[in-house]
Design a binder for this molecule. Sequence first.
Ligand code: ATP
Ligand code: MG
Ligand code: MG
Length: 380
Amino acid sequence: MDTVGILGGGQLARMLALAAAPLGLRVLVMDTVADACAGQCAPLLVGDYRDEAALAEFAAKAGVATFDFENVPAASAQWLARRIPVYPGPGALAVAQDRLAEKTLFRELGIPVPDFVDVPTREALEAAVARIGTPCILKTRRLGYDGKGQFRIRSTADVGAAWAALGAQAAEVGLILEAFVPFERELSVVAVRGRDGDFRTWPLTENWHVDGVLSASLAPARCEPAIEAQAHAHARALAERLDYTGVFALELFCRDGVLLANELAPRVHNSGHWTIEGAETSQFENHLRAVLGLPLGATRMIGHACMLNWIGAMPDPAPVLREPGGHWHDYGKQARDGRKVGHATLRADTPQALQAALERVGTALERQAQVAPVIERLAG
Ligand code: ATP
Ligand code: MG
Ligand code: MG
């Protein structure tokens, strides 16, 4: 029986472990903390990703390695790749870890991006704000997630505050300034590429964020076929250039009918959680199939799906469980402000039925604000 080693033991590793069981696979998770939530569903090796002894133990037990987060040190991924197959490869991981490298690649491939400038120093920030204009966003090049490591610059008066907030990180993780995009919608394309180059995408997903954290996803996104085709073409170009193996997500802003690439997540993605119940093959199963060199499963949708993230604490499950297409995912984490602790997926055969289910659940859980933009989209 093959053992898939996963670096990182959060909810993504947990859902990969759950998808691995029917395929007859064993999973070994490595994380730096003993209470990593994937450890409830798979054996957990606790160790530092930079510790060669821990990596050696991991490599001795795993036949193939993958990731549940993109910030595994590049040197550790390379160390592992010299011993066991690692998917996606360290090269693809290195690009996706660095906002400057990934945006440069988007541009090279002809994928439109918001204007951006590397910001090594305070003087460079002043010049970058002058060039890009306001509003704009200062972001750490590396290690950011869930909107952390970002500062919105509304006018030039904010430059000092932005540097005070992030300047100390310029030397270690780098900074990048991006134009703020007043987008009409945020979309993502979740895609998978097999070891043999077989490439598939799930239907385009529309996403809503609150304070930089994903709040809700709707699939299929309500948008023109040309937009969807463009998103899929961008994803394919990236996958082929990076010789990518596994699942990834490309986050996009849509403005005036044009797609601008935001970032590439080199892993299964929160905006693809709906695929567990809403697609023929989930992103988790297809990621495992890809890294093992197995044939990929069909990515077609089954009806219409909306995923709602639970941030901070889990709500009462009953209103979702009462829905005929309601599905509950509790990650088994301690409640904590801003933390993703679970999600629900509502699936229905028609947009009208999905809208009605969202109205019932939103009211019962007093989450009207969370479901409102999705309902508005479905109604429009
Ligand atoms: P993730 O958890 O998706 O990895 P992250 O911390 O890497 O998040 P981003 O995806 O860069 O951060 O930004 C989080 C959210 O902030 C975006 O989904 C979008 O809603 C908003 N945002 C980021 N950059 C821009 C931009 N240039 N213009 C407008 N909104 C933006
Ligand atoms: Mg990110
Ligand atoms: Mg993002």
